[in-house]
Design a protein around this ligand. Sequence first.
Ligand SMILES: Nc1nc2c(c(=O)[nH]1)N[C@H]1C(S)=C(S)[C@@H](COP(=O)(O)O)O[C@H]1N2
Ligand SMILES: [Mo]
Length: 541
Amino acid sequence: MTGSEAPRDATPVRPGLNTGRAALAGMLAGALALGVGELLAGISSSTPSLVVSVGELLVDVAPIKAVRASIAIFGTNDKPALLIGIVVATLVITGLLGVLATSRRWIGVAGFALFGALGAWAGTRNPMASDIAAVLVAVVAIGAGLGALFWLLGTLGTAETAEAVSAREPETAAPGTEHLVDRRGFVTAAVVVGVGAAASAYVGRLLGSRSVVEAARSNLSLVATAETTVPTSVPAPVTFTAADYPGLSSLFTPNETFYRIDTALEVPQVDPAKWRLRFTGMVDNPYELTFDELLAMPLVEQTITLSCVSNKVGGSLVGNAAWLGVPLTELLDEAGVQPGATQVVGRSVDDFTVGFPTAVLEGDRPALVAVGMNGEPLPAPHGFPARLVVSGLYGYVSATKWLTEVELTTLDAFDAYWIPRGWAKEAPIKTQSRIDVPRTSRPLSPGTVPIAGIAWAPSRDIVRVEVQVDDRPWAEASLGERVSEHAWRQWVYLWDAEPGEHQLRVRATDGTGETQTEVVHAAPPDGATGWHTIEVNVSAS
Ligand SMILES: Nc1nc2c(c(=O)[nH]1)N[C@H]1C(S)=C(S)[C@@H](COP(=O)(O)O)O[C@H]1N2
Ligand SMILES: [Mo]
């Protein structure tokens, strides 16, 4: 074999340099595969992102301890951190594949194919994607990656050969110029592949964000078309507003700042034109509704405080909103719930599920298939086009977002998403109160200091809030507007503060006369308890 026809797997003359380039070639090829995958994912909502799908696969198979640990480390950034981790790991592995493939091309092919298979498998598990689309995305992405890998390694092959030639025939070859040309061959290919990877990823993400959902939402104007059957209570004297006490939670939590809990790595984008709500299971008349059919039903507005079971005492995973929707009982009446049914299961487009006893619906507590939140169509992160909201139950057992199916079954027959993950099967919201003001580490001035916050016991009402300074007797706070027994109440206590260190505590009493328990309990498995307590420092003057 002559130098000019050197085999592609010629032994590198300068292994160090070429190993570096081969690793770069592998990484660039990996990046292109990911970029092309994102580009295809951006084109339609049924083509999955391979990176996101693999992320969801990992979350699914990861032991609960690992998930908790990653949330502990990354906090609410755990999702971006996971996706970045997947990209970095992919590039490291494809870099290695690039090095191995310089001498044995089949290793590169096999490695990329394995990646493709993992991506395709994860994509087909993605409940929002079509299986064929998932496989196609993986095949095209891996094809692009392998094409790039062979091209890049090909330019290296020439460079090696040139070096070999110049080493054997120093007087005929012009090593300097050959080298330059060949290095340029690699550099050019590397730039082309790198730019292609970045551009395809960027365009794909851009396409993905240009969603049908925002267009559909902005075309909707939703108003209540029926009176609520639930007595929305006494208009109590409005003695103050949040504006008077900077830091106090507003009566209605703005949609933009309302807390969010999702298991999905990306907010599901549900086209309302294609969306259906099905009523299934132990019903006499299973049926399905389109979004327009749902909107044509009587829409009521109910103000309901929603809380996450994992909210700590004093935590921020709680919000109050006016929800517009169709009473779940009306929808279930059409379906005809069979007598043996004991559990209502809410399923989401993302496979998330909730479940609560049918008995919950027996009283007059509001349970809505909600389409509006604080006067707007539901924002996508809060479940557009429709979600469940049930007064008095923690979100994980009641509040399915991107709702697509309501199934009637028995309590024994099915455990919803969080139940096998260690949370309680039944989970009414515990009476809680929180001090919002003062929340400062800076010393306060002596004199009148407002202590203010919120208290909630949705479906049981709040009738009293008390504040305790150090070990003085409990003093009653004034309560703000009472929108309904399902909504939180603001409270304010004007404290005559004296210099020194002080401890402030709050406790609420619900409409059944029960005062929230002092017993300190962490959130798992059914919600935290204890009195929110803070320390403040009042300066001498
Ligand atoms: N589809 C879906 N619905 C969901 C969840 C979810 O992860 N996926 N989280 C639940 C939990 S744990 C809570 S506390 C509430 C939070 O609703 P929000 O994000 O609108 O505040 O939604 C519930 N509904
Ligand atoms: Mo939650």
